[in-house]
Design a protein around this ligand. Structure first.
Ligand code: SF4
Length: 304
């Protein structure tokens, strides 16, 4: 039992039985890479780190999902699945192309909904109309890459949109009955822990259902790695316990209706430009629990 809503709680309120996300690479690209809003991408981006190796766009959405379903169904025959459009920007195409990919996913036996990761500037009205149409017949969640609420940081990391764009996208999606997730990064260059908590304060009034947080991982070969090498003073380096304390404060600033998907990310060590903690989410949860217990212990001593 956690003192906050988990993503499993969020799903349990919508589905009977266990539901598992299966990541797919639908072969989309990103306007911050193809020159539409920028080139080179966000300075922290390396899609190798967040697309599972079993996702191969060339295999098609249906084939990738069928493989994933077969893997889980062997062990959990009752399990159902959400197609997680994860790689790049999964609303960055014409609505008829998007429709075909989403329909292909929903046609796979056992798939009961869509989770669509995208940038906030890739949600024009006709795409939101399409997502709303799907949301009327099945579960649809859009995971919006907000990353931070500070425009100076968004500029520094070459994100190509500002926070106002994310606020607008979140409000438009929620207003159409679409579940909204936000993706945030803690530890971006130039942000102090106080700046990171300001993220939570700015998100708190928004209609967000789920939140995915993770610590900044600087990946080899990215512009972010070059910045780290040249200007290390811009980066706040966390020990896991300090990060856990920040996460507890972050949770505390958000409404209790927000479900937390995860708090850490683990990239392969070979990709990292500086050593990571190597903690998986469940291992980090043990650290989080210890830090929370220490705070409670201190508070009790104070009041005795
Ligand atoms: S928007 Fe996403 S895919 Fe595009 S460059 Fe940024 S992190 Fe990478």
């Amino acid at each position: 039992m956690y003192p906050y809503l988990t993503y499993s709680d969020f799903l349990a309120r919508r589905f009977d039985g266990k539901v598992q996300k299966i990541g797919v690479d639908a072969g989309f690209t990103c306007p911050n890479r193809d020159g539409t809003c920028g080139t080179g991408g966000c300075t922290f981006c390396d899609n190798r780190s967040f697309v599972p190796s079993y996702c191969r766009a060339g295999d098609g959405v249906g084939e990738q999902l069928r493989r994933g379903v077969a893997f889980f169904a062997r062990k959990y025959p009752q399990m159902r699945f959400l197609a997680y459009f994860q790689a790049y920007s999964n609303t960055y195409a014409q609505p008829d192309v998007l429709r075909a990919r989403y329909e292909e996913a929903l046609a796979v036996e056992g798939v009961v909904g869509l989770v669509v990761a995208t940038r906030p500037d890739c949600l024009p009205p006709d795409v939101v109309d399409l997502l709303a149409e799907f949301a009327r017949r099945t579960f649809v969640q859009v995971e919006v890459g907000v990353e931070t609420v500070h425009d100076r940081t968004l500029r520094l990391v070459n994100r190509g949109h500002d926070f106002a764009c994310a606020v607008d996208a979140i409000r438009r999606l929620a207003g159409r009955g679409i579940a909204v997730g936000a993706h945030m990064i803690l530890g971006l260059p130039g942000e102090s822990p106080a700046d990171m908590l300001d993220q939570a304060r700015a998100l708190a009034p928004l209609p967000i259902d789920t939140l995915k947080l993770h610590q900044l991982q600087v990946l080899r070969g990215t512009p972010m790695a070059a910045l780290l090498a040249g200007r290390p003073e811009l980066f706040h380096t966390f020990a896991p316990e300090e990060y856990a304390g920040l996460v507890l404060d972050y949770i505390d600033l958000l409404p209790q209706t927000v479900a937390f998907d995860r708090f850490v990310n683990v990239s392969p060590p070979a990709l990292l430009a500086r050593p990571g903690w190597g903690l998986k989410n469940h291992e980090f949860l043990a650290v989080l629990r210890n830090v929370a217990a220490r705070r409670i212990h201190l508070m009790l001593q104070w009041t005795l």
